[in-house]
Write a protein that binds this ligand. Structure first.
Ligand SMILES: [Zn+2]
Length: 156
């Protein structure tokens, strides 16, 4: 008979465990590499798993960052790239906190406007997007008032 604890661990551990740090889970598979690029600093140990099976979203990605938690700017970028992901804080191999990615009311200076005629693409303005729908996430440019799915935006 299979030990239920071992069986559940083998499902969870599709990517190497980390002692301390942050785990971003339930990333849509097509956003995983962009999330990894967003959160990795030059000295960080990063573990990436992609196209892992997920009962919730089909195929998913997981990104683990050793010995670090995310800053506000990285969390805002993550909210645009993978608004349905979860963020877990790991200490001594245990999950001490697991929350959905916090999605702010607005994003300032996080992404470029995808409208080529937008003033923010021609003059030096800090871009601003307001959340107009949370599920699925959609945002409106404060300057040109166009609405975008978050997949249309490029992070700055
Ligand atoms: Zn705009």
């Amino acid at each position: 008979m299979t030990d239920p604890i071992t069986a559940s661990n083998s499902r969870v551990r599709q990517v190497e465990a980390i002692a301390n740090g942050t785990v971003i889970d339930h990333i849509p598979a097509d956003a995983t590499l962009r999330v990894a690029a967003l959160v990795s600093g030059t000295d960080d140990q990063i573990f990436i798993g992609n196209n892992l099976r997920s009962t919730r979203i089909g195929r998913k990605g997981v990104v683990k960052i050793s010995a670090r938690e995310l800053g506000q700017r990285q969390l805002a970028g993550l909210a645009l790239l993978a608004p349905s992901a979860s963020v877990s804080i790991i200490r001594d191999y245990a999950v001490v906190e697991k929350v959905p990615v916090p999605v702010p009311e607005r994003f300032d200076g996080i992404a470029r406007c995808a409208n080529p005629n937008c003033v923010t693409n021609h003059e030096k303005w800090t871009t601003r997007f307001l959340v107009v729908c949370r599920n699925p996430l959609a945002v409106r440019c404060w300057f040109c008032e166009r609405t975008f799915d978050t997949g249309e935006l490029t992070l700055i």
